[in-house]
Design a protein around this ligand. Sequence first.
Ligand SMILES: CC(C)(COP(=O)(O)OP(=O)(O)OC[C@H]1O[C@@H](n2cnc3c(N)ncnc32)[C@H](O)[C@@H]1OP(=O)(O)O)[C@@H](O)C(=O)NCCC(=O)NCCS
Length: 297
Amino acid sequence: MTELAQAHGLTLREDYFDDPAAWNGLVELLQDTFSIDVSLQDRFGGPDSSSMPSGYFDSEGCCVANFTAFSMPMMINGRAVKAAGYQSGAVRPEWRERGLYRDLMQRAFERTAAEGYELDLLLTDKPALYERYGFRTVPQHVFVAKLPKLEKSDRSARQLSLESPDDLSLIKSLLQNRQPVSNRFAVIRQMEMFLLNACFNSAIRLTTLGDETVVAWTFDGATLWLLDVAGTVIPSLATIVSALDIEPDRIEVCFSPDRLNCETSLEPYEGYTMLMARGKAADEIAGPLMLSPMAEF
Ligand SMILES: CC(C)(COP(=O)(O)OP(=O)(O)OC[C@H]1O[C@@H](n2cnc3c(N)ncnc32)[C@H](O)[C@@H]1OP(=O)(O)O)[C@@H](O)C(=O)NCCC(=O)NCCS
């Protein structure tokens, strides 16, 4: 038993996701803290199997604090980087300011360091909390694309639904076999967050082009936001927009667009959270870049 656990009558549990009651404890903590329902993932096969959660539970099995590391391999400037992401960081209000979060962060960071992760990434609205652990903010930009010349599309584009088992299995297989959407800065493999983010925002449309690529996008009648392209091939922007059969006035690409064969200009991205990085591969991150909103965690 850890000293903190002993002092507060709590139990430290690590890697507890295969215990349904404990997983439900985390679901409730995140619901109460962030008003999000991560149990939606249960429909898709549950949370990321690489997750390394650490949590404190009270005597009734209520999860009072948690911090989770997970594996998030990244492509950065052409190199595959062994990266860890950190998510689900929360402490119930009545348990705050007792060092529980500090303890859980330190455990997670020690663990990923011991396992040879060369990059740590997180998204936060409280950067000061992580600066003392060596994290630095990575500026992000959206890429405003020059409108491409639309072609007559010979690709069959089809809207997908996460409610359809066939569509879900196509999306999962494209995510598993995807090429990184960018060589500069993109996840190599991340399925669970893509599916959860698609669930969280009903405006997100998932469209497959020829069953070899799924495009995640939103459109308000004027602006197209291209959120991600997952598949074994990455078509050009002109091919994508032509296949979507829309005529946007403005296109914002929300990831590094180096594989889209298009011209772009930059605008700073003012998100609610900031991307932070540390570790020996952090110096390899060179802007301009954006982490796809479908990979947000
Ligand atoms: C942020 C939160 C996790 C902190 O939990 P906690 O158990 O009170 O934190 P601790 O007592 O372990 O304090 C850890 C350190 O963080 C600092 N800290 C706590 N809240 C902070 C904040 N909002 N901003 C900056 N630093 C903060 C503490 O001063 C302490 O610093 P020290 O190690 O130098 O003494 C908790 O307030 C919470 O759940 N907030 C709502 C959800 C949230 O914002 N989660 C983080 C998402 S990235």
